[in-house]
Ligand binder design. Structure first.
Ligand SMILES: Cc1ncc(COP(=O)(O)O)c(C=O)c1O
Length: 431
């Protein structure tokens, strides 16, 4: 199985953290997002412990909540010792409502509005990660109006190509995110950040991409960023306090994904940061990592009921489900790979080739093409694995479909953490 929280039980059914997937589908209906609390906590612990073990606890992991933002997940990750990263007023509001301490929230985004910045400052957010010189001046004005000093760090484009899908690659020069290192814009932003009266420049940030399966690009990013720390020290006589190396750690969508164990990142980064700081005469900075996908992806399974089956000889077999791109748009967006199986036949051979189709009015509304599953019949429960990240958070109401509920499972017990939408919810804001 792809994740430690998954097993096949004595009935031959898929089980998630000890809960029978077929029973969950019967109890809560389909489509249904299922999240394993056991698995989320296991991953949080492995990140948190890697900071203790390899870096003396001088820093911590931050959960990038865009992967799955809801109150219960914010509570779980912070109870494990992680900070929370948000990228919008809505994510910030959710984290605050979940009781996350504002000082442990890091606010990202390439085009934050004045209203969002004011909201963050008024609530005492610990770190605003600034994406441009324009934003730095905007923050200076908004903080000045409130007679405050805004704690900020700068998001730098380190110019690293991390070998992942074009849409989720962000550290190279042609990117809408961040301040350019190579052209000298980064030094200009540091100078400005140090000069401004209502801005307190605390550190630097970079994020090189997503679903990166190797450790090496992060080690390289740390080196490049420490060279910049050194340049700042030499030219401006200032040592910045923290370095955030972003997220992007890969997960298992299929057996082909050879993802590194999460502890390995801090092990390798820490060794290189120690060596590089010694070489450059720098004080060891506080380090942050910002994993999103890897914290929740493998904890998630989406359950569906199989409806129409269309076998087109010599072409393909469409197996239609009661979900689709409205609750998981990732295949339609960038042909994301997944592992599918029939939860009620999990012990049977996957000897049928299916194109799993959603119910939206788009030919591209597919969850997976030409994928092996067990021989399907109407009424079977189809499970898509590794759906904990960027599924619920990317869901929409396309075709006025309802966003499904989410249940959290742990030690054989289940509870609803997000209620399913109703038709009344759909028209609530219509006038
Ligand atoms: C700035 C930043 N940090 C962290 C993340 C989380 O990345 P991942 O979910 O791949 O770990 C992202 C993802 O886009 C990001 O843009």
């Amino acid at each position: 199985m792809l994740s430690p929280c998954l097993a096949v039980n004595e009935k031959g059914h898929l089980a998630i953290s000890g809960c029978d997937a077929v029973d969950l589908a019967g109890q809560y209906g389909t489509p249904l997002y299922v999240m394993s609390e056991d698995e989320i906590r296991r991953v949080c612990k492995s990140y948190v412990q890697s900071f203790q073990r390899f870096y003396g606890g001088h820093g911590r992991p931050i959960y990038a909540s865009k992967a799955f933002c809801c109150k219960e997940i914010c509570r779980i990750v912070t109870s494990e010792g992680m900070d929370v990263e948000v990228v919008s007023g809505g994510e910030l509001y959710t984290a605050l409502q979940a009781g996350v301490q504002a000082g442990r929230i890091h606010f990202q985004g390439n085009n934050k509005s004045a209203q969002e910045i004011a909201f963050a400052l008024e609530n005492g957010v610990g770190d605003i990660v600034v994406d441009s010189l324009w934003e730095l001046r905007l923050i200076e004005r908004i903080a000045g109006e409130r007679q405050m000093a805004a704690p900020v760090s700068l998001r730098i484009k380190p110019g690293i190509d991390a070998h992942t899908h074009d849409f989720i690659r962000t550290g190279q020069i042609d990117s809408k995110f961040g301040i350019d290192l190579v052209s000298g814009e980064a030094m200009e932003a540091v100078r400005l950040g140090l000069d401004l009266e209502h801005v307190q420049l605390k550190g630097l940030h970079c994020h090189i991409g997503s679903q990166i399966l190797e450790v090496e690009p992060f080690v390289h990013a740390a080196e490049v960023m420490l060279e910049l720390f050194s340049e700042i020290k030499n030219q401006l006589g200032v040592e910045l306090g923290h370095l955030n190396l972003g997220g992007g750690f890969g997960v298992h969508y299929t057996q082909r994904d050879d993802a590194a164990p999460y502890e390995d990142y801090m092990a390798a980064v820490s060794a290189r940061v120690h060596a590089k700081c010694e070489e450059l005469g720098l004080t060891l900075p506080e380090i942050f990592l910002e994993p999103g996908r890897s914290v929740v992806a493998e904890a998630g399974v989406t359950l569906y009921t199989v409806g129409s089956i269309k076998e087109i000889p010599g072409v393909r077999n469409y197996v239609s489900i009661d979900g689709g791109m409205f609750e998981n748009p990732r295949y339609a967006l960038y042909q994301a790979e997944y592992t599918c199986l029939l939860a009620n036949k999990a012990d049977k051979p996957a000897d049928y080739t299916a194109t799993v189709a959603g119910k939206c009015c788009e030919s591209g509304d597919l969850i997976q093409e030409h994928t092996p599953i067990q021989r399907p019949q109407e009424g079977d429960i189809l499970a898509v694995l590794t759906t904990g990240a960027y599924n619920y958070s990317m869901a929409s109401n396309y075709n006025r479909n309802l966003k499904p509920p989410c249940v959290m499972v742990a030690g054989g017990e289940s509870r609803v953490v997000i209620k399913g939408e109703t038709y009344e919810d759909l028209v609530r804001n219509d006038v």
